[in-house]
Design a protein around this ligand. Structure first.
Ligand code: NAG
Ligand code: NAG
Ligand code: NAG
Ligand code: NAG
Ligand code: NAG
Length: 368
């Protein structure tokens, strides 16, 4: 069981990682509607389908108040022209959408009615790369107030309950394996008030510059992973130790895969909270130059004192990691036993925590 959870998927995943890059939609400038205060040109509205036995999985597309309205998010996406370069809002009404979505159109704002009750869920898991409930290969993407879930191991019903009485309340009866909730491959992607719920590999922050603000990320093993160049601002990270109780309840928050000194990628956490149950390493090195920074985060008492794990790297190899948690607060913030800690000067810290780390040209403020 422990071997299953901690299985070294290093090589396998690198192979997949590169095949994933071929189809990224690149190079489109997104245009805002100058007459619309929300910048978008039009809105596609999605409402939950009627109960399954009535709809028979048939997507209905109808006009409602002159607006096109859909019963699946994928259908709304598919209606948008391939080479779209105008900001378009897909408004997702409250509901649970059981669909596996792939986004390859640029300039999309995916906006839910509210993150608590606007859920996209699926349970794929056989092939990690193909398991994501939501996967994006599009540049210029914004998501707001919506939650992405992979339910293969995640017990959606028990979410948000931290003091669980049985070991399957955070997870479920399935053996824990890699099951991605969202995989983000496009550059210039921003997430506001979004949820990412899963157990292992929840959020595959694979590549590109990304901004996450006021998001909630649940998981137990490598649940924020990949080679993204990302700032996580004021996010809540919830360790589901209970879901991996059978293998000891000790997991890994991040697995960042930066592989060279020139690679600008890294996960930067500003403020926010790490909480939950079990124990968590702040990160383990999925790449030789893995880079993860926490500044000003509140740590519950679940942090493993050594903090960082070298995973498969040994001896001198560990000197290329950039791992630090600084100015943090809470019962888990004692850094005296951390290993591979590379504290940054205030000035260096500034370079990573400033929005310019991911947004030198101002793409974030140009998005809706
Ligand atoms: C979907 O519903 C429409 C309208 O009721 C019907 O014409 C069509 O045949 C249905 N398609 C399928 C695949 O069931
Ligand atoms: C997006 O995916 C669809 C379905 O696979 C494909 O037909 C379309 O050409 C793709 N569009 C772009 C811009 O890659
Ligand atoms: C930070 O996140 C918390 C929820 O964890 C929220 O209550 C608070 O308003 C957020 N702060 C800002 C400045 O958005
Ligand atoms: C780091 O976090 C501390 C505590 O929240 C904060 O005062 C400081 O401004 C942050 N430093 C940078 C460079 O963001
Ligand atoms: C941990 O938090 C306490 C209380 O806020 C603070 O005094 C201390 O400096 C923090 N430790 C570190 C290593 O930041």
């Amino acid at each position: 069981m422990a071997a299953m959870i901690l299985r070294p998927f290093l090589l396998f995943s690198f192979v997949c990682f590169y095949t994933g890059l071929d189809n990224v939609v690149k190079g489109l400038e997104c245009h805002s509607d100058p007459n619309n205060p929300f910048k978008v040109w039009y809105t596609l509205s999605v409402s939950p389908p009627p109960p399954r036995h009535e709809s028979n999985g048939n997507v209905t597309i109808k006009r409602k108040n002159g607006q096109l309205s859909y019963t699946s998010i994928q259908a709304a996406i598919d209606s948008i022209p391939d080479q779209n370069d105008k900001w378009i809002q897909i408004f997702v009404n409250t509901g649970t959408y059981r669909e596996k979505i792939s986004l390859n159109r640029s300039c999309i704002l995916l906006e839910g009615a509210n993150a608590q009750n606007t859920l996209i869920e699926f349970d794929a898991h056989q092939d990690t790369l193909a398991s994501a409930t939501f996967s994006s290969v599009a540049e210029n993407f914004v998501a707001k107030h919506i939650t992405f879930v992979n339910t293969y191991n995640y017990n959606l019903y028990g979410r948000g309950i931290y003091h669980r009485t049985s070991r399957h309340q955070s997870g479920n009866a399935n053996i824990v394996t890699q099951a991605v909730a969202a995989m983000i491959n496009g550059d210039k992607s921003a997430f506001y008030d979004c949820g990412f719920f899963g157990v292992q590999d929840t959020l595959w922050d694979n590549q590109g510059r990304h901004f996450f603000q006021n998001c909630v990320i649940d998981g137990a093993v490598d649940f924020i992973m990949g080679n993204g160049q990302s700032i996580y601002d004021n996010c809540t990270i919830r360790m589901l130790g209970n879901a991996i109780a059978e293998s000891g309840g000790v997991g890994y928050i991040t697995a960042q895969s930066r592989a060279s000194d020139e690679d600008p990628s890294g996960f930067v956490f500003k403020g926010g909270v790490v909480e939950g149950d079990g124990k968590a390493w702040l990160g383990r090195a999925w790449g030789s130059h893995s880079r993860v920074i926490f500044n000003g985060t509140y740590f519950n008492d679940i942090i493993v004192p050594e903090g960082w794990s070298a995973w498969d790297f040994v001896n001198d190899q560990v000197k290329y990691f950039t791992y630090t948690d600084q100015n943090c607060d809470g019962p888990g913030n004692d850094t005296s036993r951390r290993q591979f800690n590379t504290p940054l000067t205030d000035q260096q810290m500034q370079q990573f925590t400033d929005l310019s780390y991911i947004d030198a040209e101002g793409w974030i403020s140009n998005q809706p």
